[in-house]
Design a binder for this molecule. Structure first.
Ligand code: HPA
Length: 285
């Protein structure tokens, strides 16, 4: 990853938002971007106006960054992400989260829509990601390492820190949103998995299957940031129900769960922004 590309985006965001520091970032996944509209007094910057930012091409994924403030703590909300299956390079997939961490965000909340593969997961469930399995054979850290971003061989033992998950669960309970917990398997897409692939993922220990999040989590961890991963289960994974899978079902479930997601993020964001004062390993400016 080109460190200068991150630094350019950091500078542009500081210039456009008038805030040179943010503490917490939130990436909104498929069908969840509508949450951004609920942010009080947020400043919107379209991705097209941030140098190097890739612009999503998928229905249900917007393409704007929002900067909001809670008790003096800046929060970046990234409404829309790009995926491997769109043909983007790994560097493109992680530029936004790298920029967020370099802008001061020591914690990044990554949300996504996922298929439920676990025995106790059902559509509509919100699940904290405990760990992930990378089934794509790709990694955002391929290529020369820039030590200004992080180490060559970063530890991935605790990508999704237990302390942060426990805190998130306690905050969610205050707004009556139950949170499960599970392992997320990253498939490349864009075709949904076959039933045999879902069975394989289950046997490997996965409870959730999806096409995003993992490269971002790796990049944030590489830079010393903390990750909170939240999956909205939008459908039973392939073969676990009679219904054929469709993107329409994914976005319809996400829309139906809008209130719950708004309640959850509305509680998590101010609390975690207040916590996230710690320094991360890297700052681009
Ligand atoms: N598989 C992969 N990605 C997904 C799914 C799924 O079943 N549902 C939502 N995103």
């Amino acid at each position: 990853m080109n460190y200068e590309a991150v630094a350019r985006a950091v500078t542009a965001i500081a210039h456009r938002t008038g805030r040179d520091h943010h503490r917490l970032a939130v990436v909104l996944g498929s069908g969840l971007s509508g949450y951004a509209a609920t942010l009080p007094g947020a400043i919107e910057v379209p991705y097209t106006e941030i140098p190097g930012f890739p612009v999503p091409g998928v229905a249900g994924h917007a393409g704007s960054l929002f900067s909001a403030e809670y008790d003096g703590a800046g929060v970046l909300v990234l409404a829309g992400r790009v995926h491997l299956y769109e043909g983007w390079e790994m560097d493109d997939l992680v530029l936004a989260v790298r920029t967020a961490v370099a802008s001061g965000c020591s914690t990044v909340i990554l949300t996504n829509a996922a298929g439920g593969a676990g025995d106790s997961t059902a559509p509509g469930d919100l699940v904290l990601i405990r760990d992930h399995i990378n089934l794509t054979g790709r990694n955002p850290l391929f290529g020369p390492n820039d030590d200004r971003l992080g180490p060559r061989f970063p530890d991935m033992s605790t990508v999704y820190q237990q302390q942060l998950r426990d805190r998130a669960r306690r905050i969610a309970a205050t707004v009556q949103v139950p949170l499960g917990e599970g392992v997320y398997a990253w498939f490349p897409g864009p075709s949904y998995e076959t039933p045999a692939e879902v069975q394989m993922a289950k046997r490997l220990g996965a409870d959730l299957v999806g096409m995003s999040t993992v490269p971002e989590a790796i990049a944030v961890r590489h830079m010393g940031g903390q990750v909170l991963g939240i999956s909205l289960v939008t459908n039973f994974a392939a073969g676990l129900s009679e219904t054929p899978l469709s993107h329409e079902e994914v976005t319809a479930t996400a829309n139906a769960c809008r209130d719950q997601i708004t309640r959850l993020l509305g509680a998590l964001i101010p609390e975690l922004a207040a916590d996230a004062g710690g320094e991360t390993g890297a700052a681009a400016t």
